[in-house]
Write a protein that binds this ligand. Structure first.
Ligand code: 4AD
Ligand code: MG
Length: 463
């Protein structure tokens, strides 16, 4: 007999023989009957298995405990109890894997911190089941969105010799013996002897390569892991996170903002359409305003204003007695507390801030006529702060080249990139959406570690 997944079983009509396979969530009952809640990951909901104890002997039933893995054959019948339409009247149970009393997932809830320590346990909880199903659906929706618009999925490299963001917080990749590396005459490590014949690292962004794609294919996107060695142990930073980076020829900053807004709204709508069971579970479990927040984002147009206007609002707030941990003034890199003030307190909806000071943004952004700001755009979200960072790109070879000099960056590792400006340069724009930041918003999870199956953070890479 063929196995039917639980998600499907719950939609089937009663009056048929079925085979279900899954893990025991709970078992309860009395002398005559046992009720087993079985889950196979296909849905947040369990199928109830009813065991008539005249048919199963006591010793056998004792082996079925929370966490055990079973194959259950029986009749699908209309349920007597409330809470489910159908249940399985078991006729035969095979125990695939027993689960002894040291299994840590018992009825009571565990903290997110505790679950992070136990690799095998996390995905079997209701919460992570819900998060991981939503994560999958969002990845699928991202490809759907871009494919339907004629964007091409471009695979950019993970190992790179360039530093796109100029932040310097990169993980080095080497095959040299780090205890005893080859050295040049002046005593420095000789990277010409390394695997790639030069110093290489894990990428912080696929953007630079993405621009080569956009200036040939028109519209592309990347979607892959990126790596940052910044030592920021916050609930919003990972050392390994996934980023979606569309890059479009002939888009100016306004086109870029329109795309970003349409994109996020599409994803939130897709989540509501396809993951409502899981979102409702998370809403009831952790965050009673989650559904409302998701619907709220769909309703309004995002507010668009310049960084300079944003700073004025923050300065006024400070003058009116609002306390921030970090000081406010033109030129500062906005902290999440500032971003969230604008979004949650001042406007009550998502905000796109544009035209940031050039000194706090990356070298490739289009320079404004004022000589002080660049055509950057950050999308700021409730609860999260920055969810997207992007810009129109500097298309002029001379200006870009001058900026690279000004910042003292190495031309040698960027010549291939500068060629896009040397040969047939065009106006173009793009942005990066942090996949886990998006998932924090959609799931309501408060810590970014809880929206990725295997988080990588400082001092944490065991599994
Ligand atoms: O603002 P960022 O650094 O922009 C770029 O990397 C550009 N190259 C993107 C582009 O224009 N193509 O990062 C983009 C987004 C941020 O807005 C944030 O959502 C996310 O990536 N992000 C992180 N997410 C988790 N952990 C981290 N350490 C992150 N750093 C950035
Ligand atoms: Mg940014």
């Amino acid at each position: 007999m063929e196995r039917t997944k639980v998600a499907q079983l719950l939609k089937e009509a009663p009056g048929q023989q079925v085979l279900a396979k899954g893990w025991v969530r709970t078992k309860r009952g009395n002398k005559n009957v046992a009720f087993i809640a079985l889950n196979d990951g296909s849905t947040i909901n369990n199928i109830q298995i009813v065991c008539d104890l005249t048919k199963f002997d006591e010793e056998f039933m004792k082996r079925i405990t929370t966490g055990a893995c079973l194959a259950v054959t029986g009749d699908l019948v209309a349920s007597q109890g409330s809470g489910q339409a159908v249940e399985i009247q078991a006729s035969d149970i095979e125990i695939y894997g027993e689960c002894d009393a040291t299994y840590p997932l018992q009825k009571k809830g565990h903290s997110m911190e505790f679950l992070r320590e136990i690799a095998h346990l996390r995905p079997r909880t209701n919460t992570f089941g819900a998060v991981l199903r939503i994560r999958h659906n969002m990845a699928f929706a991202i490809h759907n969105f871009f494919n339907s618009k004629g964007f091409y999925y471009l695979h950019t490299p993970l190992i790179t010799a360039a530093d796109a963001e100029g932040a310097g917080a990169m993980f080095q990749v080497t095959t040299l013996d780090v205890d005893n590396p080859p050295r040049t005459e002046d005593g420095k490590v000789d990277y010409t002897k390394d695997f790639f014949g030069r110093l290489t690292s894990l990428t912080v962004s696929g953007q630079l390569e993405g621009e080569l794609g956009a200036t040939a294919l028109g519209e592309i996107y990347t979607f892959g892991p990126t790596f940052r060695a910044e030592n920021s142990n916050t609930p919003r930073h990972l050392a390994e996170f996934w980023m979606i980076e569309p890059e479009m020829a002939f888009y100016d900053i306004k086109d870029n903002m329109d795309l970003a807004e349409e994109f996020i709204k599409y994803l939130v709508q897709y989540a509501l359409d396809h993951c409502l069971d899981d979102i409702t579970f998370l809403n009831n479990m952790f965050d009673k305003e989650l559904l409302e927040r998701l619907q709220g984002v769909l309703k309004d147009s995002f507010v668009r204003l310049t960084y300079t206007e944003g700073i004025k609002i923050l300065e006024k707030a400070v003058a009116d007695g609002v306390k921030f941990e970090y000081p406010v003034g033109w030129g500062i890199d906005l902290q999440s507390e500032h971003e969230r003030y604008l979004v949650e307190k001042h406007f009550g909806k998502p905000v796109i801030l544009t035209d940031y000071p050039k000194d706090i943004k990356a070298f490739y952004m289009k320079q404004n006529e004022d000589g002080k700001t660049v055509r950057a755009m950050d999308v700021l979200f409730p609860k999260i702060g920055e969810i997207i960072g992007g810009s129109e790109r500097e298309a002029s070879f001379e200006k870009l080249n001058a900026r690279i000099d000004e910042l003292g960056m190495s031309h040698r590792t960027l010549e291939w990139y500068l060629d896009t400006r040397r040969f047939g340069s065009c106006p173009h724009s793009g942005f990066g959406l942090g996949f886990e930041r998006l998932l924090m918003f959609v799931t309501g999870m408060a810590n970014i570690r809880d929206v990725i199956p295997f988080p990588r953070t400082p001092n944490n890479a065991e599994f």
